[in-house]
Write a protein that binds this ligand. Structure first.
Ligand SMILES: [Zn+2]
Length: 267
């Protein structure tokens, strides 16, 4: 069984880049100085982004992102796919080695509360829940985009015209697609297609999960589709032994994500 720590991530990306001729590069550095790596597979004028490992103890998503990168490299379907297998390499390492409940980065900031999308509202909800300082989960930082991992992903998206993005989380077998008025209507259709092939459910965000997230920021910033997919079923951290049984569902929905189009009419 693969153990998705930082060594495994870097070794796998190096192997895939060599084998399939992929472009492999760092989009930034984590708080502890680990490179946040990305790789591009396929070609085409349309570019899409897949992100895993946003939350430390959701490391099945790191395995899923790397597995899909390899499969897409073998059989690309007309879009250029960028994969960031692990946005939060420090938090993933903490969760794997020290604290199985750790989701945040090394400073105790939850990256999916740190993006600049209704951040003040998210902060108010955190405070109402008694989350006022760095912790394993749900603390959004002292200000939006305070964390190097958040900044790295924002920079990548500002520099690259992605048609849509998808971030893998766990768990719940759910597909989040909505961030209010900025959400293009066709995103629901794509979410429903992904649900139909995977058995996952389309979902409206829970209260605390609204705002501050990567998909939220991407939708608001670009008026394009951003998805959060909650992989797997059970209690985090899902055991590594769940991966092989769950991955086929994720593969199916990622095939829709990379295979269909959701373009605005005027473009
Ligand atoms: Zn998560």
């Amino acid at each position: 069984m693969d153990f998705p720590d930082y060594q495994f991530q870097t070794d796998t990306l190096r192997r895939l880049a060599a084998r399939y001729g992929l472009r492999r590069y760092a989009i930034g550095e984590s708080l502890c100085g680990r490179a946040i790596m990305a790789a591009d597979a396929g070609s085409g004028s349309q570019r899409v982004l897949l992100v895993g490992g946003v939350h430390g103890n959701e490391y099945l998503t790191v395995l899923a992102a790397l597995r899909f990168l390899e499969e897409y490299a073998q059989k690309p379907t007309g879009v250029q796919l960028t994969v960031v297998p692990c946005l939060n390499p420090d938090g993933t390492q903490i969760a794997l080695c020290t604290d199985k409940n750790w989701k945040a980065n090394a400073r105790g900031v939850d990256l999916n509360h740190n993006f600049d999308a209704d951040w003040q509202q998210v902060k108010a909800k955190e405070i109402a829940l008694g989350i006022t300082k760095p912790s394993a989960t749900r603390y959004g930082g002292v200000c939006p985009v305070s964390e190097p991992e958040t900044r790295a992903l924002v920079r990548l998206c500002e520099a690259t015209r992605f048609e849509r993005v998808l971030a893998l989380h766990s768990q719940g077998r759910e597909i989040y697609w909505d961030f209010g008025a900025d959400t293009p209507p066709c995103c629901l259709q794509m979410a429903e297609q992904m649900a139909a092939v995977s058995g996952y459910q389309t979902a409206a965000p829970e209260d605390i999960a609204t705002g501050g997230g990567f998909k939220d920021w991407f939708i608001r910033r670009f008026s394009r589709c951003g998805f959060t997919v909650e992989m797997g079923w059970g209690k985090n951290p899902l055991p590594l032994t769940d991966f092989e049984a769950e991955y086929p569902r994720v593969r199916q929905l990622l095939a829709v994500f990379t295979g269909s189009s959701c373009m605005k009419k005027e473009e």
